[in-house]
Design a protein around this ligand. Structure first.
Ligand code: UDP
Length: 455
């Protein structure tokens, strides 16, 4: 069945989706794709987020305006400084230290007031009333908004069904897993109830159920709101994880729609180049360089939007790339507003040494386009779910270097279940990638990396 706008438009004309994405690139980007997919099928879409996030997607907003897609972008004031966050800290990647993570998450509910002000404001009269709210799962407070509007609420989950199911099983078997981990000194134990031998470690338990009581309180609100949701949207597809999709669906006992990969949303290349935010490199030069490389020869190194490595680890990675014989592109996000001290200076020198063979992107790169280029044959990734989906969609094999949260389990999906990647061999997580001072400075040595490129 064709899913073009013309075919479905007449059925969807009266629909109006209110989208409330989480302010984190890995959640925001697929929700922007979803907004455009819904609008392309004739539905009205209101996309509500904060000024910094709207500024980041300005090129997309401008395109939507010229293409006359029925999407309205609504600005929600986020009172960062009132809750002890730095001015402009409106996205998870901008949180400067780990102790501000929870204040950021707790402050999300402050978006309710401006959202309701919009919903009851004069502007709405020109559009039909929202008929369905789609909110990121972590915006638990939207359950009340949907209730007040008397409309269904669907939740959007960033990660895979595999991870979501593992999370449910970890919660269900928490006590026995903790006891088993206590009893063994030799590392991970197996998660029961799965068709593959999936290992869990202490950090998997704590990253899913952190011991901080305030975090538990926050997550309990999320859980309650999830229970009341009318359905679940997952950025995945059944063929990728059939067993996990079926089982997750069964356990949830409500509709679960696998709507991914959302990154395959069709649009012109220069529009795709602005996914998330505008590229920090001249894309023309970047692709001229890529065009000159042999098919499948280039390694792309990118750790998504949240990871912030230490200067020592970045240097070690750089030396590993330098010592390899491969052409590479390395996206270094630890510059500018996400600055790690000393990185700019070191990278500038590094760039000179690898000139011609390596490209360094300081800030944000057009990841999806780079992965889609024939010259790119390998992807060193932090195992963020969007990055994995994008690599799979482009047919690029992965070297996996997880850092935190879902990434260690995602790694097992890639390496052990799907067998489309190899693990670099990191076993312990960082705290949350933001100002994590107590961690071991170097988790992956240049020697280990060099072996990878050679292999
Ligand atoms: N991304 C990008 N350019 C960059 C870094 C990231 O386009 O320089 C995109 C990437 O393609 C993906 C998203 O940002 O769509 C990152 O999401 P993911 O789930 O992989 O990781 P997270 O940032 O949430 O850790």
């Amino acid at each position: 069945m064709s899913l073009e706008a013309d075919d479905c438009g007449s059925n969807t004309k009266s629909l109006h989706f209110l989208l409330v994405p989480l302010m984190a690139q890995g959640h925001m980007i697929p929700m922007v794709d979803l907004a455009r997919l819904l609008a392309a099928r004739g539905a009205f879409v209101t996309f509500a987020t904060t000024p910094v996030n709207l500024a980041r997607i300005r090129p997309i907003i401008d395109r939507v305006a010229t293409s006359a897609l029925p999407i309205r972008f609504v600005e929600l004031y986020f009172p960062t400084m009132d809750v002890g966050l730095p001015d402009g800290c409106e996205s998870a990647d901008l949180i400067p230290s780990v102790d501000l993570f929870l204040p950021f998450m707790n402050a999300l509910s402050l978006l309710r007031k401006p959202l309701e002000a919009h919903l009851h404001g004069p502007d709405l009269a020109r559009w039909p009333k929202p008929t369905c709210l789609i909110s990121d799962n972590l915006h638990y407070w939207t359950a009340d908004v949907a209730r007040t509007l008397d409309i269904p609420r669907l939740i959007f989950h960033g990660p895979s069904c595999f991870f979501l199911l593992c999370g449910l099983l970890i919660r269900q078997h928490r006590d026995e897993l903790e006891a088993a981990l206590e009893a063994t000194s030799s590392g991970p134990i197996m998660l029961p109830g799965l068709p593959h031998p999936i290992r869990v470690n202490k950090h998997e338990l704590t990253s899913v159920m952190r011991s901080d009581p305030n975090w538990s309180k926050y997550m309990e609100s999320v859980r309650v709101a999830e229970e009341s949701a009318d359905g679940v949207l997952v950025n995945s597809f059944v063929e990728l994880e059939p067993w996990y999709f079926e089982r997750y669906h069964k356990v949830k006992g409500k509709p679960v729609w696998p709507i991914g990969p959302l990154s395959l949303y069709k649009e012109e290349l220069d529009a795709k180049a602005t996914r998330g935010r505008v590229s920090s490199i001249d894309n023309k030069l970047l692709f001229q360089w890529l065009d000159k490389q042999k098919v499948g020869s280039v390694v792309l190194v990118s750790f998504g939007s949240m990871v912030r490595n230490t200067i020592t680890q970045l240097m070690e990675l750089g030396y590993g790339l330098e010592a390899s014989s491969r052409p590479f592109i390395w996206v270094v996000t630890e510059v500018a507003e996400r600055q790690v001290s000393g990185v700019e200076e070191w990278i500038t020198e590094f760039e000179k040494r690898v000139e011609g063979r390596g490209m360094v992107i300081k800030g944000w790169g057009p990841q999806i386009l780079m992965l889609g280029h024939v010259a790119v044959g390998g992807f060193l990734t932090h195992c963020g779910w969007n990055s994995i989906l994008e690599a799979i969609s482009a047919g690029v094999v992965m070297a996996t270097w997880p850092h935190f949260y879902d990434q260690f389990l995602n790694e097992q999906l890639v390496v052990d279940v799907l067998k489309i990647g190899v693990a670099v061999g990191v076993e312990k997580p960082k705290l949350f990638g933001v100002g994590d001072d107590n961690e071991v400075a170097v988790k992956v040595t240049r020697g280990r990396l060099r072996r990878f490129w050679r292999g």
